[in-house]
Design a protein around this ligand. Structure first.
Ligand code: Q9C
Ligand code: ZN
Length: 331
């Protein structure tokens, strides 16, 4: 299996402000290095670094003012918002402090030095991996930073550019008519939902912790079904705390049935392993063996599948969670 890996990701590392307190970020460079070394030790994976994708592709996914903000941002020290847009005006503010609150929706997502080159390379992993579906049934984009919380015009939840959404738009440009994105990260994929909310060409399905209890809090509810011609093409499965392998597989089977009915030409899996029972910030209880069963069930659909890395924060076991999920796709 081809794996696209971002070699400059380590330049992005910071802290987060959680409820006013400064803490180490769970989203650190060790994460993808753990996954990489576990897959290398196992064998069957070929690592490549991506060619940087065209900025136009990213502008097709995100608002241009937001992307210009990331491109031109020259943050010498890690920066965070402190005041948010409390109006419904969409007018890019002038002051540096108001700009941060305009383009970043939480205090978990630091603006760091070299941010743009790092996020561009992460998105490029997803695009290059999408391209390799032309000659491989499955490919894996080992993206860092992750992407699924990034909306059209805001960073948040450790995410800046929505890697999976950029890849989906790239595949639509190449002629695909129906793409399904299934997000199995613990957290609701609010960004992906936002980007494709009015589209029937991209079916977005997310299985996640009930946002009444967990991040991103404001979206991920069952009644969010899409809008306009996209109505019916967004599906959310908010779940209670403590979900185990059996319960998860039951929900996944339902989601896969809906995906199959849509008859997608390509399936994108936004894979977060923060559903793992020993994840430090989450409250599901999936096992390493459970990830293999999840991978097997998805692989049985026999749809060309792009796996895009999202969250997962148990550094000790993260590599084995990813390996276990990917194994059924190896041939
Ligand atoms: N200190 C992804 O999994 N919660 N993002 C922070 C813990 C933020 C998760 C609270 C969760 C964001 C890609
Ligand atoms: Zn997550």
């Amino acid at each position: 299996m081809i794996v696209y890996y971002p070699e400059k990701h380590y330049k992005h590392a910071g802290f987060e402000l959680y409820n006013g307190e400064k803490t180490q970020s769970s989203e650190n460079p060790i994460r993808v290095e753990r996954i990489k070394s576990t897959l290398e030790n196992h064998g069957g994976f070929t690592f490549k670094t991506p060619a940087l994708c065209n900025k136009k592709l990213i502008l097709q996914t995100h608002e241009s003012s937001y992307i210009e903000y990331l491109v031109n941002g020259n943050w010498e020290e890690t920066a965070f918002p402190s005041v948010w847009n409390y109006t419904d005006k969409r007018q890019v503010p002038i002051h540096a402090i108001s700009q941060k609150g305009y383009f970043v929706f939480d205090t978990y997502t630091p603006l760091t030095k070299n941010l743009w080159e790092v996020v561009l390379e992460s998105a490029s992993c997803a695009v290059s991996a999408a391209d390799s579906l032309a000659f491989e049934p499955t490919s894996y984009a080992l993206c860092r930073p992750p992407g699924h919380h990034a909306t059209k015009s805001m960073a948040g939840g450790y995410c800046y550019v929505n890697n999976a959404a950029v890849a989906a738009n790239h595949l639509l440009n190449k002629g695909a008519k129906r793409i399904a994105i299934l997000d199995i990260d613990f957290h609701h994929s609010n960004g992906t939902q936002d980007i494709f909310y009015n589209s029937r060409h991209v079916l977005t399905v997310s299985i996640h912790a009930d946002p009444a209890r967990k991040f991103p809090y404001y979206s991920g509810y069952e009644d969010e079904k899409g809008i306009g011609e996209g109505f019916g093409y967004n599906i959310n499965y908010p779940l209670d705390k403590g979900v185990d392998d059996e319960k998860y597989l039951e929900v996944l089977s339902k989601a896969l049935l809906q995906i199959n009915q849509y008859k997608p030409e390509i399936l994108i899996i936004c894979a977060g392993f923060d559903t793992y029972k020993k994840d430090p910030i989450c409250d599901f209880s999936l096992t390493i063996k459970g990830f293999e069963r999840i991978g097997k069930l998805i692989s049985k659909l026999h749809i060309p599948t792009l796996v895009v890395q999202e969250g997962g924060y148990n550094l000790e076991d993260l590599g084995n969670c990813a390996l276990s999920f990917l194994k059924p796709f190896l041939r």
